[in-house]
Design a protein around this ligand. Structure first.
Ligand code: ADP
Ligand code: MG
Length: 260
């Protein structure tokens, strides 16, 4: 693949026999006359960690929200495991069950214990029997290192622990892909590390993730690919070494100069 200017870097990826797990193609999303995503394309393969970077307002959250069907797209296709999930005939909740979304604000229910935060959707949305839901929740809390806090209320936990519970809650449905939107931005600096190292650990178990973040150190260490969003598209995409250390595009260089 020539390193020259690519017309559509979002669709470029190393040759592979696997079809992408997630394929965003030509997605357009406008709010009124403000076009946020302008024919954006992005492929994510199984077990890949793709990190989205870009200026505030470049559409990272909008893209993740479109994938999680929290926003309707105006045009384009989003395929998950080969199925066009923007098809309005599909049950959006069933699609969302295959996607784990974690937001900047952890959004735990304050009046529910940690374990009940994690079992809520399995019991209410997926009809998992209570005992099974509980066993699944404990297993996933173990995975994020918080089994001992199962009976605590959210406000008894640190921000980092609460975010790890939010990640556990997203993991419990065994999603095909996890979408993480600035999950460390609301945390005190000393709590960022524990959440990022959890994500690193989840990557080592083969979890597929799309991560919007300003944490360039994390992107450098954990991303398989970094995508720089600009003007509604993936403006540049490549390995962290390419995009972060040796960007081809002037806009990418400008962005990296501003944030470092
Ligand atoms: P980022 O996550 O990269 O900071 P966003 O996706 O949050 O960017 O926002 C992209 C642009 O879309 C911003 O200009 C934002 O104001 C606008 N936007 C996002 N959501 C809405 C909405 N619900 N209504 C109107 N404008 C929105
Ligand atoms: Mg955002």
């Amino acid at each position: 693949m020539s390193p020259g200017r690519l017309r559509d870097p979002g669709l470029q990826h190393p040759p592979t026999l696997d079809p992408p797990l997630l394929s965003v193609r030509g997605v357009r999303k406008a709010f009124g006359d403000h076009v946020v995503l302008d024919g954006l394309s992005l492929d994510v393969r199984s077990h890949q960690v793709v990190v989205l970077i870009g200026a505030s307002g470049s559409g990272k959250s909008t893209l993740l929200r479109c994938i999680d069907l929290l926003e309707d797209v105006d045009d384009g296709v989003i395929e998950l495991e080969g199925q066009d999930i923007t098809d309005p005939r599909l049950d959006a909740n069933a699609v969302r069950a295959r996607i784990g979304m974690v937001f900047q604000a952890y959004n735990l229910f304050p009046h529910l214990r940690v374990i009940d935060n994690v079992t809520l959707a399995p019991r209410l949305v997926h009809g998992t029997p209570p005992e099974q839901a509980r066993a699944d929740a404990l297993a996933v809390l173990e995975r994020v290192g918080l089994a001992a806090k199962a009976q605590a209320f959210p406000d008894e936990l640190s921000g980092g622990q609460q975010q790890r519970v939010a990640i556990a809650r997203a993991l419990v449905a065994k999603p095909a892909v996890m979408l993480l939107d600035e999950v460390t931005s609301a945390l005190d600096p000393e709590l960022v590390g524990e959440v990022l190292s959890l994500l690193t650990e989840l990557k080592s178990t083969g979890l597929t993730m799309v991560v919007a973040t300003h944490e360039m150190g994390f992107a450098r260490e954990v991303a398989d690919e970094v995508c720089f969003l600009h003007e509604g598209r993936v403006h540049e995409r490549g390995t962290p070494a390419q995009v972060l250390e040796n960007p081809r595009e002037e806009r990418t260089r400008e962005f990296l100069r501003r944030i470092t």
